[in-house]
Design a protein around this ligand. Structure first.
Ligand code: AHM
Ligand code: MG
Length: 334
């Protein structure tokens, strides 16, 4: 009976977010509508694998349009009573695919900023390896004066973050600030259903994940860390190496199985490769909310304050104790 009850009591992503927002009744419909437009973009990408046009370009168009139009939906509510807290939709959009930030026209403006990578890992598209969408959501500071500073905020100010992985199944992982939950797309329902409630990353893992082809240019702490993964001196077993080269897939495995994902600085790219606003921050937010850590080699990743929307940063994220180890190596270096 219990199993039957569970099978018929479908916890969709919308229902889940509405429940979570229950504690903040003023933001209920608001955030949920914004998220449902992100979810629409994810469903589109999941179903558009056969398109002729470049999938990354197409994905970007779909997300921008879905997000801007969520503003239109809300603006009619806005006009009814501008004093209600239902000032929703997003104001500023930052996409990996757009050089400049997109400011949503004033009449459609709400209070959220969304930073996203519509299709990360796109070099993997043509061989069928998992790729994903990554997003982070902020609140604007002053509705009447929206500037780039609204997105150039430290990751600690993020309200919510998530990713959607297009793989053997389509999985959306989300945190709105308390805990991390995973939802799997049921294609026959067209709904994301809660399948991984309250994800916690193991405190230590058996896997490290890094592009070892860059080893000759690594700094000393990174080199020493990877050496220890292979030849541990404390009697523990060597770690396994897994590297897909698709951040969403590598981070997803790290979150579920534990371990550490590294995209360090190297001589050629002193800031690493990954982008702060829509790669490093959302993934760092999820890791911390799942009980792990995220470190840049200098500081807690979420405390970075980006200067430009496409800034990069080195990143080490994953199991709490594994990240402690790399922190110790950087500390002993300085
Ligand atoms: P992209 O935004 O151009 O797709 O690049 C980001 C991707 C990440 O998904 C992945 O972690 C990383 O690049 C892999 O880089 P590399 O091929 O240098 O190992
Ligand atoms: Mg990317």
């Amino acid at each position: 009976h219990a199993a039957e009850a569970q099978r018929t009591d479908l916890m969709t992503i919308t229902r889940h977010v509405l429940n979570e927002q229950g504690r903040h009744p003023e933001s209920r419909g608001d955030f949920t509508i914004l998220l449902s437009h992100i979810v629409l973009g994810c469903k589109f990408v999941a179903s558009a694998g056969e398109e002729q046009k470049k999938l990354d370009v197409l994905s970007n168009e779909v997300f921008v349009k879905a997000l801007v139009s969520s503003g239109r939906t809300i603006s009619s509510v806005l006009k009814l009573d501008s004093d209600t807290p239902f000032l929703s939709a997003q104001c500023v959009l930052v996409s990996e695919e757009n050089e400049e930030a997109i400011f949503v026209d004033a009449p459609l403006r709400g209070k959220y900023c969304v930073c996203f990578d519509p299709l990360d890992g796109s070099s993997n598209i043509d061989c069928g390896v998992s790729i994903g969408t990554i997003f982070g959501i902020y609140m604007i500071k002053d509705k009447d004066n929206v500037t780039l500073d609204d997105v150039l905020q430290p990751g600690t100010d993020m309200l919510a973050a998530g990713y959607c992985m297009y793989g053997s199944s389509c999985t959306l992982v989300l945190s709105t600030g308390n805990g991390v939950n995973g939802f799997t797309l049921d294609p026959s329902l067209g709904e994301f259903i809660l399948t991984h409630p309250n994800i916690k990353i193991p405190n230590r893992g058996k896997i490290y994940s890094v592009n070892e082809g860059n080893a000759k240019n690594w700094d000393a702490p990174t080199a020493k860390f990877v050496e220890k993964c292979k030849y541990p001196q404390d009697g523990s077993s060597p770690k396994s190496l897994r590297y897909i080269g698709s951040m969403v897939a590598d981070v997803h495995r790290t979150l579920l199985y534990g371990g550490i994902f590294l995209y360090p600085a190297d001589e050629k790219s002193p800031n690493g490769k990954l982008r702060v606003l829509y790669e490093v921050f959302p993934m760092s937010f999820l890791m911390e909310k799942a009980g792990g850590q995220a470190f840049t080699g200098k500081q807690r990743a979420l405390e970075l304050v980006p200067k430009k929307i496409h800034d990069r940063s080195p990143i080490f994220l994953g199991s709490y104790d594994d990240v402690e180890d790399i922190k110790a190596l950087y500390a002993s270096e300085s």
